[in-house]
Design a protein around this ligand. Sequence first.
Ligand SMILES: Cc1ncc(COP(=O)(O)O)c(C=O)c1O
Length: 433
Amino acid sequence: MTISLRDTRSADQYARALTYLPGGVNSPVRAMRAIGRDPLFVERGRGAELFDVDNNSYVDWVCSWGPLICGHAHPQIVAAVTAAAERGTSFGAPTSGEVDLAEEVSRRVPGVQMLRMTSSGTEASMSVIRLARAATGRTKILKFAGAYHGHVDGLLADAGSGLATQGIPASPGVPQEVAASTIVVPWNDHEALVAATAEHELAAILAEPLPANMGLVPAAAGFLELLRARADETGALLVFDEVISGFRVAPGGAQELFEITPDLTVMGKVIGGGLPAAAYGGPRELMERIAPAGDVYQAGTLSGNPLAVAAGLTTLALLDGEQPYANLAATTTALAEGLADAARSAGLQDHVQIAAQTGLLTVFFSAAPVTDYAAAQACDHDAYAAWCRGLLARGVYVPASQYEAWFPSLAHTPEHVERTISAAAAAFAEIEP
Ligand SMILES: Cc1ncc(COP(=O)(O)O)c(C=O)c1O
C-alpha cells in the first residue's frame, strides 16, 4: 500500500523530484518506501522539531540520522558556521580549526591519537580499509551481517549461504571478486567468528561496536572482547565504525563505554555537527602510513572543510562535561520506558521489543529480543510500517524503517517525550496483536 499525500505541497514537490532525482531523493531511506507512503518535504527545523512544506510540525527523532545531537539550528552552531562562512567557505589549505578538532577528538576517543578527515562516513570506511590492507599486507576483511559502513563496493557484501562465507554483492554493480574479499559473519555468533578468523587471513575485523543499522542490536556479553582477542591472535586490525556511536553513547563513543580499544576508528555524523564531515583515526604509527607522512594515498578537496569543522567543534563543546550525557541518557530512558508502557497498555507486550542505549533506540515488532540480523529481518515490518504511519499522522517523525535507530538529542524535552508517548499509544492501539 502507498499513501499518497495528494493535494499537499509535499506531494507537488515529490512529483517534481521524481522527474529529476532517482526515486525523488538523494538517499534511499528518505523516500519512505519501507513504510508505504510518500516522503514529506522539509521546510525547516528548530531544536527537536521539524516543519514540512505544508507547515505540519513533527517531533523529530531522526535528527538527520544522527549528526544533530544538539537538535536543529542550534544558535551556537549556526553562529559558528556563519562566522566561518564569512571568513571563506573552503581554502584547500590547512586551517587551525582542523587541528583543534583533531585535538578535541583525540582527547575524547581512547583509540585515536591522530586522525584524517574526510567528507563522509563512506569515504572514511573506504580509506580505513586501504590503510588496514597496507599495514597488514593482507586483502580480506571481515564484517558482520546487518552492519552498514557506507556504500563502499567491498562493504556492500551480503552473506552467502552458510555461516562466515565469502561475501556476495549486495547491489548490482559491485564486482563479485570485490565482494568475495569480504567475509560476512552473523553478529553475536562466537563460533562463526572464531571459525572465520581461523580460516581467513584478515586485514581487518570491521564492526559497529553498537550496531544500529539493523535497528539497535548491542553486542552479547563478551562479544566485543572476543573481537579484540581474535584480532590480536590472528594479526588482523580491529576497526570500530563509530559513525553512529561516536560522541553519542559516551564522550569517547562505544569504545570508551565498553572499554575495548580498537586499532582504528571510523567517525562521522556528530563530528561534523550537521555539516559534511567524517574521519578515521588511530595510533600515530598506523596513521603516519597515510600520505604525505607515509605511502598510503588518500585525499579530498573538501576534507576538513572550515564550515564543517566549526560545526563539529561547537557540537563537541556543547557535549563537554557529564551533564549533556546525563540529559541524553535521561531522555532516552524516559522515551524507552514510556514506549514500553504504551505497548503494554495496547496488549502488545509480547509483540514489541525496545532496545535503547544513551542517544539511541529501536522499537522492534518482535516476540523476542533482537540479537542479530536474521532476527531483525524476521520482525513484523508491516506492523512497524503501520505504526510509523500512525506516528507521522500524529506529528511524530521516526525512522521510516525498522532497520534504523531513533536519535534522541539534547534538544528533546520531557514535553517532546510526552507527546511522542501519547501518539505512540494511539498508534499502537491501531495495531492488531
Ligand atoms: C555505522 C555507519 N558507518 C558509515 C556510514 C556511512 O556514512 P555516510 O552516510 O556519511 O557516508 C553510516 C551511515 O549511516 C553508518 O551508519
